[in-house]
Design a protein around this ligand. Structure first.
Ligand code: NAD
Ligand code: TYD
Length: 335
């Protein structure tokens, strides 16, 4: 059996990863360490009753707590816990530095002391900054983060790099494009727009809506994280993307079509400060070295995702009726 600690397992990607692992890695014991911030939701793991799964409520910046979870005999750490929303980082960078940078340092120190076999840092393509109309991010693209969120993720990636270089720690870093799929907190574009449209509410498009994102289904990302853990080379970075570039307007119009809603529900609002124009990923290295490729087409994945939100409207509603409402009013209320 392999003993694996996943941080942030109650969030969007972490919960999908845990479900995937319980199904596909029957010889893995999983401990999920999560603080249950506004984005962490135990409901995301509802129905899991495996003896190979355990939840620990705790903060990755709390060293004593992390030491209780990561012990000699822990094989892998998959570090996903983070403050993850760019707009919130623009409102207040503090929690991003604390969790994303300090939390990563604590995990690295404890993992090193416990002799963990491999540490996996789950990062983002946003650390590379913004592209013009052409070109793709490769693993060699210089880090050039533009938001407090991406700066905190880039800082964490550099800490990981330094621990490998200085202490010869076995660590790999994954950098992935925009994920979509079930259990994504409805503050990110796709679940926010789908849930607004389901309620016949307008969707707030930032600026001219011509920004480009590459969309990857969360299941493809989860397979990538596992491939990097099992087959990646220590000290290396692996990019993952869905090879599905869309402008925000193309995506918005597609969602209107799928949900059969009128164009009048589009509302142009002030642009995000420092908004990155285009992200696009070259994932040749992951294909060649890990034997990975994206398997879910965007059309199919998006249709299935919309269907999931329709079938789980009460999951969305329970989130929208809570503390999230305050953030929503602050972010969009005055526009
Ligand atoms: P999320 O916001 O949905 O979930 C984050 C989880 O981390 C939550 O369960 C939260 O409770 C937990 N958490 C936050 N602070 C914590 C702390 N101090 N201690 C313990 N737990 C804490 O995020 P997500 O979208 O699932 O992203 C997961 C990871 O993947 C993040 O590191 C993010 O940077 C990265 N990533 C996300 C995307 C994307 O499109 N969502 C793309 C690339 C990379
Ligand atoms: P988001 O889901 O926040 O991901 P990221 O900023 O990490 O790429 O946003 C995706 C794109 O959608 C980004 O270009 C910002 C834009 N966007 C809007 O136009 N309106 C919104 O309300 C949100 C949340 C995002």
């Amino acid at each position: 059996m392999k003993n694996v600690v996943i941080t942030g397992g109650c969030g969007f990607i972490g919960s999908n990863l845990i479900r995937w692992l319980l199904e596909h890695r029957k010889d893995w014991n999983i401990i999920n360490l999560d603080k249950l911030t506004y984005a962490g939701n135990l409901e995301n793991l509802a129905g899991i009753s495996s003896t190979r799964y355990q939840f620990v409520h705790g903060d990755i910046t709390d060293k004593a707590c992390v030491q209780r979870v990561i012990q000699p005999g822990t094989h892998y750490i998959m570090h996903l816990a983070a403050e993850s929303h760019v707009d919130r980082s623009i409102m207040d960078a503090g929690p991003f530095i604390n969790t994303n940078v300090v939390g990563t340092q604590v995990l690295l120190d404890v993992s090193r002391a416990a002799g963990v076999q491999r540490y996996v840092q789950v990062s983002t393509d946003e650390v590379y900054g913004s592209l013009g109309a052409t070109g793709l991010f490769t693993e060699e693209t210089p880090l050039s983060p533009n938001s407090p969120y991406s700066a905190s993720k880039a800082s964490a990636d550099l800490l990981v790099r330094s621990y490998h270089h200085t202490y010869d720690m076995d660590a790999v870093t994954t950098r992935c494009s925009n994920n979509y799929g079930p259990y994504q907190f409805p503050e990110k574009l796709i679940p926010l727009f789908v849930s607004n449209l389901m309620n016949d509410q307008q969707v707030p498009v930032y600026g001219d809506g011509q920004q480009v994102r590459d969309w990857i289904h969360v299941e493809d990302h989860c397979r990538g994280i596992v491939a990097a853990c099992e087959k990646g080379k220590a000290g290396e970075v692996y990019n993952f993307g869905g090879e599905a570039e869309r402008t925000n307007m193309q995506l918005t119009r597609r969602l209107l079509e799928i949900l059969k809603k009128p164009d009048s529900l589009i509302k142009y609002v002030a642009d995000r400060p420092g908004h990155d124009r285009r992200y696009a990923i070259d994932c040749t290295k992951a294909k060649k070295e890990l034997g990975w490729k994206p398997e879910v087409t965007f059309e199919d994945g998006l249709a299935r995702t919309v269907e999931w939100y329709q079938q789980n409207a009460s999951w969305v509603e329970r989130i929208r009726s809570g503390a999230y409402r305050e953030y929503y009013l602050k972010q969009y209320g005055g526009r």
